[in-house]
Design a protein around this ligand. Structure first.
Ligand code: 48H
Length: 250
């Protein structure tokens, strides 16, 4: 006979076991958009303990809506290997472009990241960071609804050897660290210029303060790079670059 009590205990026991296991991690990724999910997948696959904190209920960030709610995304040939690795179907569009279904892409990145071992905590908002001895050492987390209704509830902390800002246009972590340390000035992204934007977002993604890495649109926001619209290769490749950089150090 099915019992309500067992449903309740099943959720509480498994959730809290995983939460406890992830109170200290190798890598804390803030934001489950395309850059965060690609980085999380590669790091988890390489054996790192990874927690991804996503403030919304659904991972996927800006993928779902494609361009102007037409749920297709464009990826340039240079990032074709990522679509293949995540087993996402696509069709070529001319020589240079590939077109994928946005819903399939968001789902595939999420499933593969989770199956590789990255733990996604959704509806969790990163509201601050730990900084000790000149190094970012973790994230300060709270439930998104607590933040939304402005409840006066203190947060908890997850320790991390590396923190990755994959918060897209918010550049939320970089802004916090910039304010606290004066490490950098968040310039705000520039006007559309797809070719330049896709090149620079990968080039400039990397460490901005000891222990803190920036990738994806947060990189464009930090350095005032041009925007690129609904082409996602640069997001994938910046997540890949940051993951490789961390693996080379640890
Ligand atoms: C927890 C947070 C917090 C927080 C935000 O925006 P994203 O999809 O991020 P990227 O950089 O991987 O991809 C950007 C892409 O989607 C895009 O917008 C492009 C290519 N734009 C081009 C253009 O011209 O505009 O995902 C970021 C995720 C979201 O899911 C947020 O909910 C989440 O981060 N997030 N999660 N704590 N403080 N802030």
């Amino acid at each position: 006979m099915l019992r309500e009590l067992h449903v309740t205990r099943g959720i509480i026991e498994t959730y809290f076991r995983e939460l406890l296991e992830h109170t200290t991690v190798d890598v804390a990724i803030v934001g489950a958009g395309p850059s965060g999910l690609v980085a999380g997948y590669l790091l988890a696959k390489a054996g790192k303990k990874v927690a991804i904190f996503e403030r919304k209920l659904a991972p996927g960030g800006g993928i779902w809506g494609g361009g102007m709610l037409f749920n297709k995304v464009v990826v340039q040939r240079a990032a074709e290997h990522v679509l293949k690795e995540f087993e996402v179907d696509y069709e070529p569009y001319g020589e240079e472009y590939l077109v994928a279904d946005a819903v399939e892409l968001a789902s595939a990145l999420t499933v593969k990241a989770v199956k590789a071992g990255a733990k996604i905590f959704n509806a969790v908002h990163v509201e601050d960071v730990v900084i000790k001895d000149g190094r970012v050492g973790g994230v300060v987390v709270n439930w998104t609804p607590v933040d939304m209704v402005h409840l006066h509830v203190d947060p908890l902390v997850v320790e991390a050897s590396f923190v990755l800002d994959g918060t897209g246009h918010d550049a939320a972590v970089v802004k916090l660290v910039a304010r606290r340390t004066g490490c950098c000035e968040v310039k705000g992204m520039g006007a559309m210029w797809v070719d330049e934007a896709e090149k620079l977002v990968v080039e400039k993604s990397g460490e901005v303060y000891p222990g803190l890495f920036v990738m994806g649109m947060a990189t464009a926001e930090l350095y005032g790079l041009p925007r690129m619209g609904p082409i996602f290769g640069g997001m994938f490749l910046s997540g890949e670059k940051v993951a490789r950089e961390i693996l080379s150090r640890s």
